[in-house]
Design a protein around this ligand. Structure first.
Ligand SMILES: *[C@@H]1O[C@H](CO)[C@@H](O)[C@H](O)[C@H]1NC(C)=O
Length: 118
């Protein structure tokens, strides 16, 4: 009985930690198009937290489309990847700032797709 509880606890931890950390906001609807797509990769260094900020539109560029959905896909399927957050803008707006942060000692590999509507 004890062992069974322990094993299910282990399974639970494994299921939670060994997953990619995708961030999906909104849902692309009919007529929405991909307005931005980028792959962001950073190597891991021991004891270091790596981070990146992705800005859409890129500095110096204009964007006329309203963002309908943001999909940040974590390409590290074993749970070692980083964590994405939206730090400004987002769905319903014409700009977005996405922060990517690795776990200490690890890198990350994200594919960011932004859908929008003109
Ligand atoms: C990041 O992930 C993508 C999708 O799986 C892969 O094609 C690409 O090679 C990866 N980049 C690096 C530098 O590992």
């Amino acid at each position: 009985m004890r062992a069974l509880t322990f094993i299910s606890l282990l399974c639970f931890i494994a299921a939670v930690s060994c997953q990619s950390h995708d961030l999906v906001i909104g849902k692309p609807g009919f007529g929405d198009v991909i307005i931005y797509r980028i792959n962001e990769y950073k190597y891991g260094f021991p004891f270091i937290v790596r981070s990146s900020t992705i800005e859409y539109p890129e500095p110096g560029h204009y964007n006329l489309a309203y963002i309908s959905s943001i999909y940040v896909k974590d390409n590290e399927y074993d749970g070692s990847g980083g964590y994405p957050t939206i730090s400004a803008g987002g769905v319903g707006q014409r700009f977005a700032k996405i922060k990517l942060k690795s776990q200490r000692g690890n890198g990350f590999n994200f594919t960011i797709t932004i859908y929008g509507r003109y």
